[in-house]
Design a protein around this ligand. Structure first.
Ligand SMILES: [Zn+2]
Length: 551
């Protein structure tokens, strides 16, 4: 009784500070939250989970044998914790699996030197070690292409311009400052353009599409000219770190977004080996070729294409009690790119969610609603796992082209739609939680304020109206279900680890992920215990087709 009365007093104070009109009473079981904090901060297993997921199972590229091994481990681990309904849920983002077997690239003339490079995922390999000359493909317009006809056969082709490397004067990691958090806290509800993010800026899209079309044309040209391999400069980073994703396939004309051909498609056309180089090494090659130095390389790339038999989400539950038909979810994508071991993208998020489930289970807490975890596949290929899950259980959304990402299209709800309460995602690197994005859902503000209050001392204080995109909560938000992502400290994510070969365990900050897992457990538990289902923002028009009767 004492505990309960204490929480209510706090909330009224907040309501008065906010707007007099709001009398929000959010009951919180502070005793349970205190136990969750103690288990999550003092008996955490999150780092052990991350080490197994990364050091032992390595990168978890969608559809790969490595993903399969890691998913088997995650399933067994959650079964060993006594979670229920632990299963794989099929999702078919890719048709071909890919595994890197070996890779080496050396300069052999004018001097010998090992070079730092990394093959793109789903790149074909070479037949053993290939030795050849280097050509700098300095084509800036379509008419420039003709100059290279007959000059690229069997050559290593430098596809891009060199990149100027600037000295590092700013830190790669930071803690969000009070003023940055205040700016977020004071942000207005996102408007149409803001809600659509980059996809609302048609000029930016036009420039992006034009550059993509010419890059595609260049790739098509060198493939047709029989080049041995394409070498590209890493688009950002330096110091031996390389940011690398999937191999590019030349697109035919103005292929609409979701009809793009991907290197992992069953009918993907024949492409050549594609490697991304460390800028320092790439720039040196360009400078030498520009001085008419005869540069020769030797490259050996061994890969294996496999049947993509591991395209599935890993799902598990803690059954509810009196409201067990209603669902609260935590989730993160389990797949990663192949360069590092997918540590901060997104073993941290996956482990934060697994650990949150472990904490609630270990404390034998009895949630009213069922708490479900989703470890998604295919996020890096377009949120495939989470979108498949949402379409299977809650609602299907018909949308074409950019509407896929801008919230257009029609929504057909399923019975599970009205039984779904809320989804929490973690996918912003290793940084600790500083607050949460309301995704434009104003009704969430007082609830999140109350739920964050016990974690203010751990730095989690901020509720912002603004939204964030580009990851799995969008699959829920797009069909009118509350889906949220946390505000996290940006720790080396964009400048160092996000999709890089140095996305490894050593970049994970233990205290940060412990804090994030503890808060994830608390939010899931609070959502599972509150009287009402989580409030929803009005679904962006057009209206759901046939909502079931009742709520
Ligand atoms: Zn991610």
């Amino acid at each position: 009784m004492q505990t309960f009365r204490w929480s209510v007093i706090l909330l009224i104070a907040l309501a008065v500070q906010g707007s007099v009109a709001q009398t929000v009473v959010e009951k919180i079981d502070t005793a349970a939250i205190a136990r969750i904090k103690s288990e999550g901060l003092n008996r955490s297993q999150v780092m052990a989970l991350i080490s197994t997921m990364t050091d032992v199972h390595g990168p978890r590229l969608t559809g790969s044998p490595e993903y399969k091994r890691a998913a088997d481990w995650a399933k067994k681990t959650m079964e060993s914790w006594g979670l229920s309904n632990v299963h794989f849920e099929k999702s078919a983002p890719v048709a071909r699996g890919w595994t890197l077997k070996r890779f080496a690239i050396h300069m052999t003339e004018p001097t010998t030197s090992p070079l730092i490079g990394f093959p793109k995922a789903w790149s074909p390999g070479t037949k053993g070690a290939v030795k050849s000359n280097v050509v700098y493909f300095d084509a800036k317009t379509e008419s420039d292409l003709e100059k290279y006809k007959g000059k690229l056969k069997g050559a290593f082709v430098l596809l891009n311009e060199e990149r100027e490397l600037l000295a590092h004067f700013s830190p790669e990691g930071e803690r969000l400052s009070d003023s940055e958090l205040l700016r977020l806290a004071n942000a207005d509800l996102p408007t149409g353009q803001q809600r659509r993010g980059m996809f609302g800026d048609t000029a930016a899209i036009a420039r992006f599409m034009q550059a993509a079309r010419f890059t595609s044309k260049k790739m098509e040209f060198i493939i047709n000219e029989g080049a041995a391999a394409s070498l590209e400069i890493a688009s950002k980073g330096d110091g031996g770190n390389i940011f690398v994703a999937g191999a590019s396939v030349p697109q035919v004309g103005d292929t609409p977004f979701q009809q793009r051909i991907n290197a992992y498609d069953a009918n993907a056309p024949k492409i050549i080996p594609q490697v991304v180089m460390a800028p320092e090494h790439y720039n040196r090659l360009v400078r030498m070729v520009k001085q008419n130095v005869n540069v020769r390389l030797e490259m050996d790339l061994g890969v294996a294409f496999t049947k993509a038999d591991s395209c599935y989400n890993v799902i598990a539950e803690i059954p509810g009690t009196d409201l067990k038909d209603e669902i609260v979810m935590v989730g993160a994508h389990f797949d990663s790119w192949h360069g590092g071991t997918g540590a901060t993208d997104n073993a941290t998020g996956s482990a934060v969610c697994m650990e949150a489930m472990r904490i609630i289970k270990a404390l034998d807490l009895k949630p009213r609603r069922t708490i479900r975890i989703g470890l998604w596949t295919g996020e890096e290929q377009g949120l495939h796992g989470s979108r498949t899950h949402v379409a299977k259980h809650y609602a299907e959304r018909e949308a074409a082209g950019m509407a896929l990402f801008t919230g257009g299209g029609t929504v057909k709800t399923k019975p599970g739609h009205e039984k779904f309460s809320v989804y929490f995602n973690n996918d912003n690197g290793t940084g600790k939680v500083r607050g949460i994005y309301m995704q434009g859902n104003e009704a969430a503000r007082p609830i999140f304020r109350a739920w964050l209050a016990p974690f203010a001392e751990l730095g989690a204080t901020t509720v912002t109206a603004s939204n964030t995109s580009g990851t799995d909560h969008i699959a829920f938000d797009a069909v009118g279900l509350p889906g949220f992502q946390f505000i996290q400290d940006p720790i080396e994510y964009s400048p160092r680890t996000h999709h890089s070969i140095m996305d490894v365990y050593d970049r994970v900050q233990p205290d940060d992920v412990k804090q994030a897992a503890t808060i994830m457990a608390a939010f899931a538990y609070n959502a599972a215990m509150r009287d009402g289902i989580f409030p929803r923002k009005p679904l962006a028009s057009p209206r759901p087709a046939a909502p079931p009767a009742g709520r």
